[in-house]
Design a protein around this ligand. Structure first.
Ligand SMILES: Cc1ncc(COP(=O)(O)O)c(C=O)c1O
Length: 441
């Protein structure tokens, strides 16, 4: 009954007998019990091979389905630390940084300028200065921002390549908090503003070279990109005709979804998504003479989410009314997604995950924080679980730690990267002293 859940875990998941001969979850060649003993819980692990395979799935699909040049930008907001920045840069990906903070992480990791791209909907002056000084590409959100860039470039020297963010008027079908492409969204410019922006760049000799749109995050039907692509291609035609301008790069953003729960399986492949976008773009622009722009996809979640597993230890097991509560040592402080947009997860016990007899009462998994909204998983079929056991929550690699907090004095968990049986601590667990780092006595 729990077997489907295994396929939510990283590609290297295996069940291997522990010292007592009981099967236990392994990822990246490592026993999750041993990792929890070594690094403590809650613990976030990332299986690098699963990330490699997701990158290759995008690369292969782009090569197979788009007749022009292609590239991948990793949306760092999904999960970023020095190790992740290294890994993505080593794959040759561009790294999308939102503002000066993420840019600092990427720069410290040694990512070269040419691989750095900056996004942001309300970039501060410090963001813009960092973007101009350090990024190879800067995505412009709005006209006042572009005027600010022109001023800074005038005062301080050359601009990186500028891409314009279009608001296509179409969002994808996802939670409303993750929609960005709709007509009244706070992100980007409408088509008319984009024409004005290109004209402004031409007048001010700013190197505008690309167009970008992003309709939202975690959608599941590739066809949802097509209406936005039509809008963007129509805009390209207009820019070509009116301003003799043609994009060298076009980014349809990211947002391709994944399966978080066994009920989400099967999920359409990365290839299906890329094939749909690539074919539509090539077809849409086929009647124009300039060469096809570089198709630059910008995924975050679909590159890293499945590679991540969160390991929690069960503390108290409690019956309250009709609910069987499993109270964990982590929750909304390391994963706000269920509280923020009702994200639905699944879980397995680390030891003997598949063969225990099911029981009729589903489990409610919650954390230790002082909010009833600190509810990680509702109503999940699970066997009997004892206090002290470990539970593994798959698909924990995106938008969890990046939104983590110190609520109730929570300490952010350690992060471990796994490859070929080796476990590398990428981020240590916070200590209580970290909670005081910014305080002035
Ligand atoms: C501009 C932009 N690009 C890419 C992404 C990545 O989305 P996802 O992680 O769903 O692929 C986001 C996420 O919100 C985004 O805002």
């Amino acid at each position: 009954m729990y077997r489907d859940r295994l396929s939510l875990f990283p590609g290297t998941v295996a069940l291997t007998p522990d010292k007592r001969g009981t099967p236990a979850l392994h990822v990246g060649g490592r026993d999750l019990n041993e990792l929890a003993a070594e690094f403590g819980t809650p613990l976030y692990i990332y299986d690098e091979e699963t990330i490699d395979n997701a990158v290759h799935a995008y690369q292969d699909a782009l090569n197979r389905h788009y007749p022009g040049p292609t590239g991948i930008t990793y949306a760092g907001k999904a999960s970023l630390n020095l190790a992740m920045a290294h890994l993505m840069a080593a794959h040759g990906l561009l790294l999308d940084c939102t503002g000066i903070g993420e840019m600092h992480i990427a720069r410290t990791a040694g990512v070269p300028r040419a691989q750095l791209l900056m996004h942001g909907v309300n970039k501060s002056r410090a963001d813009l200065q960092a973007g101009l000084a350090q990024a190879g590409t800067l995505v412009v959100d709005n006209l006042p921002e572009l005027e600010g860039i022109a001023q800074l470039v005038h005062d301080r020297g050359p601009a990186p390549a500028l891409w314009l963010r279009i608001r296509p008027g179409y969002a994808v079908d996802t939670h409303q908090f993750r929609q960005t492409g709709q007509r009244d969204s706070k992100f980007g410019m409408d088509a008319g503003e984009c024409v004005d922006a290109v004209a402004f760049c031409q007048r001010n000799e700013l190197p505008v070279t690309g167009l970008h749109f992003h309709q939202g995050s975690h959608f599941h039907a590739a066809e949802e990109v097509l209406p936005a692509l039509d809008v963007v291609c129509e805009l390209i035609g207009r820019l070509h005709q009116e301003l003799n301008w043609w994009p060298q790069a076009l980014s349809p953003g990211g947002g391709w979804g994944i399966a978080y729960h066994e009920a989400d399986l099967p999920h359409q492949s990365i290839e299906a998504y890329v094939a749909t976008v690539a074919a539509a773009l090539a077809e849409n622009l086929s009647s124009y003479s300039p060469p096809l722009p570089r198709l630059q996809v910008e995924p975050g979640r679909s590159l890293v989410a499945r590679a991540g597993v969160a390991i929690y230890r069960v503390g108290t097991v409690k019956q309250a009314g009709s609910r069987r509560w499993l109270l964990l040592d982590g929750g909304m402080a390391d994963n706000i997604r269920p509280a923020l947009y009702q994200a639905r997860y699944s879980a397995l016990p680390v030891t003997d995950p598949l063969n225990r007899p099911p029981i009729s009462e589903n489990a409610w998994l919650a954390g230790p924080y002082c909010e009833s909204g600190d509810l990680l998983i509702e109503d999940l079929p699970l066997p009997e679980i004892k206090p002290g056991e470990l539970l593994a929550v798959p698909v924990s690699g995106a938008y969890q730690l990046m939104m983590a907090s110190n609520y109730n004095g929570a300490l952010r968990p350690a992060v471990v990267m796994l490859r070929d049986g080796a476990a590398q601590l990428a981020q240590r667990r916070e200590t209580v002293d970290d909670l005081l780092l910014r305080d002035i006595a």
